[in-house]
Design a protein around this ligand. Structure first.
Ligand SMILES: Nc1ncnc2c1ncn2[C@@H]1O[C@H](COP(=O)(O)OP(=O)(O)O)[C@@H](O)[C@H]1O
Ligand SMILES: [Mg+2]
Length: 264
């Protein structure tokens, strides 16, 4: 494993989990997961419903602990800094590790442009104004592939947008904070095929700059968009390999059973 890792990617991980476990009360739903996420790579997390994909993702930016009774053990480092160190500020962590959820979550009473800058305000930055705000909005919307579709209606309500546009708006909101890593939890699960395709193209663009972690139960999507794929089963990380290897020559019989559709 170590030899293979060195061989297939010389890049240093920017985000790394070591012996990471997540609990709801006494029930452990993620068990001792050790995994690296690298800059300019897309890592897909696959596995059957309820296997802990969302929970694992939410541990990576300290969102898990916001649920009642939820706890974490193990470590997660971002550029060698332990995000769970005593005194580490979860808000500061989320400033570097953005997240997008399964259903688009635009702020319904806000305009398109205010939705983009909202992330900055929530995370305690000074609200950008005037030309600064315009530049941030345009940059994030361009990055999210939405600029051309909305540039003439930035002041209009975000809920007038289609589901696919709303999801790209949420991605723009996450990008406006200029994160090191973006976490996408089944970002196309509620979208039509054309909108899904746009989000997949966007994932490809995003990895030119940052690390992307995408949870999906769609195996074809994982195969299309990711460089590496991690297979999770009942909270255990069964296999983590270059995507092509995982789908063509899985090392573990449970991975093979899953990708050939024998369960899940
Ligand atoms: N808020 C919660 N309280 C208690 N258990 C939860 C909560 N959220 C999820 N779980 C449980 O944790 C396990 C993992 O869930 P989740 O991470 O959402 O899986 P996935 O994203 O792979 O479908 C499941 O058994 C689920 O029922
Ligand atoms: Mg989930």
């Amino acid at each position: 494993m170590i030899a293979e890792e060195i061989e297939d990617s010389p890049r240093k991980p920017c985000l790394a989990a070591r012996e990471l476990s997540a609990f709801f009360g006494r029930s452990r739903v993620v068990s001792n997961v050790t995994i690296d996420f690298r800059d300019r790579e897309v890592t897909a997390i696959i596995g059957p419903s309820g296997c802990g994909k969302s929970t694992l993702l939410r541990c990576l930016n300290r969102m898990h602990e916001t649920a009642p009774g939820a706890t974490v053990s193990g470590t997660v480092t971002l550029d060698s800094t332990d995000i769970y160190a005593p005194g580490a500020d979860p808000i500061a962590v989320r400033r570097h590790i953005g997240m997008v959820f399964q259903r688009p979550t635009p702020f319904p009473t806000m305009s398109i442009s205010d939705n983009v800058t909202a992330g900055l305000k929530i995370l305690g930055r000074k609200a950008p104004r005037g030309k600064d705000a315009e530049d941030i909005v345009e940059g994030a919307l361009r990055h999210a592939g939405l600029w051309e579709e909305v540039k003439d209606r930035l002041g209009e309500s975000a809920i007038a947008l289609s589901g696919g546009q709303q999801q790209r708006l949420c991605i723009a909101r996450a990008l406006a904070i200029r994160p090191r890593v973006i976490l996408l939890d089944e970002p196309t699960a509620s979208l039509d095929p054309l909108s899904s395709q746009k989000v997949e193209e966007l994932v490809y663009q995003l990895k030119q700059d940052i690390a992307v972690v995408i949870v999906t139960h769609n195996l074809q999507q994982a195969a299309r968009v990711s460089d590496r794929t991690a297979f999770l089963l009942l909270g255990d990380l069964i296999e983590n390999a270059p995507t092509n290897t995982l789908f063509t020559a899985p090392a573990d019989p449970r991975t093979e059973a899953y990708i050939t559709g024998r369960f899940g």
